[in-house]
Design a protein around this ligand. Structure first.
Ligand SMILES: [Zn+2]
Length: 313
């Protein structure tokens, strides 16, 4: 391909990724609140001021405003530029991996859905069904001979992980949203890569669960009994319905988690290692599936052929 055209398409992918990332931030914020279509313009979650178009330029505005609302100076969560940069990187990655091909478009949409699913799952322990539907449509669209995965591979792919996980789900070991995600991703990726996704996500989930458990134990030992009252209050606050969810997901409070500053926090009952889930599980699994899918998407062929070589296939 013409080198100038190639560079132009890279730049286009990056800019489009940033713009879409900005839209994904809106989705992540609004989908769980059911206000996706209710207000057309973005507004500051603290003071309610509408965000002007010139303050809504992806990444650039965050840097210019130094991460604060122009009106009330409330800190804007670093998650916003992070999601924009992440989407940008993924769109560039898709173009690098698939070139000027329909697959690039398919995976641009799919990774965008995964970004939303992962962050909404982090906030609410739910994977939005709208995301599942989009992935299902993509899986069906690519059913035609396209993308190098045969329809047989896709049919096996959509059941080989999701059906066993459905059984695990029935016994309470996994959320139904995760099962649906495995189903639609299996349809997209075929059985080889969805098995890889399953293995990677299980390992990631196990490692992070152990890390969180250890951190919690260490934290508990450090705290004295007088603070345990605060902890109960905090638990009650998090689990008492949708209104407190609105509070906890608010950007200002999220910042502490991102900055990884646990011990310097004296004043607050709001800080905790893990936001307790609605159904007792403490760690959302969607982000692990999303990360594993990206690994399988960009590196799966290499891993699968390596295994095939080891097994002598
Ligand atoms: Zn504000």
């Amino acid at each position: 391909m013409n080198a100038a055209l190639n560079v132009t398409l890279y730049i286009f992918s990056a800019l489009a990724g940033l713009a879409v990332g900005s839209f994904l931030n809106v989705c992540i914020y609004r989908l769980p609140r059911g206000e996706f279509f209710s207000r057309s313009r973005s507004y500051c979650p603290k003071c309610g001021a509408q965000i002007k178009a010139y303050d809504n330029i992806p990444l650039f505005s965050y840097i210019v405003l130094r991460g604060r609302c122009r009106n009330c100076k409330e800190r804007i969560s670093p998650r916003y530029p992070l999601v924009e940069l992440l989407t940008c990187a993924l769109w560039v990655g898709n173009y690098a991996a698939f070139g000027m091909d329909g697959l690039t478009l398919v995976w641009d949409i799919a990774v965008s859905v995964l970004v939303v699913a992962a962050f909404v799952d982090l906030d609410t322990f739910e994977i939005p069904d709208s995301g599942i539907v989009v992935l299902l449509i993509l899986g069906l669209v690519t059913f035609a001979p396209f993308g190098g995965v045969s329809w047989q591979d896709k049919l096996i792919g959509c059941v080989c992980v999701s059906v066993p996980m459905l059984i695990v789900c029935l016994f309470g070991g996994m959320g139904f949203g995760d099962v649906k995600l495995y189903f639609v991703l299996g349809l997209l990726l075929g059985w080889k890569k969805i098995l890889l996704v399953f293995l990677l996500s299980a390992v990631l989930g196990a490692v992070v669960s152990v890390a969180v458990l250890v951190k919690k134990r260490v934290g508990k030992r450090g705290k004295n009994t007088s603070e345990s009252r605060d902890e109960d209050a905090e638990l009650a606050e998090y689990t008492s319905g949708s209104e407190s969810f609105g509070e906890s997901a608010r950007d200002g409070e999220r910042e502490g988690d991102d900055d990884d500053a646990g011990e310097s926090n004296e004043d607050g009952a709001e800080e905790s290692d893990v936001v307790p889930g609605k159904k007792g599980h403490e760690i959302p699994f969607g982000p692990f599936i999303a990360i594993a899918t990206l690994v399988a998407l960009y590196g799966g062929d290499a891993v699968i052929s390596m295994y095939a070589r080891i097994l002598g296939l």
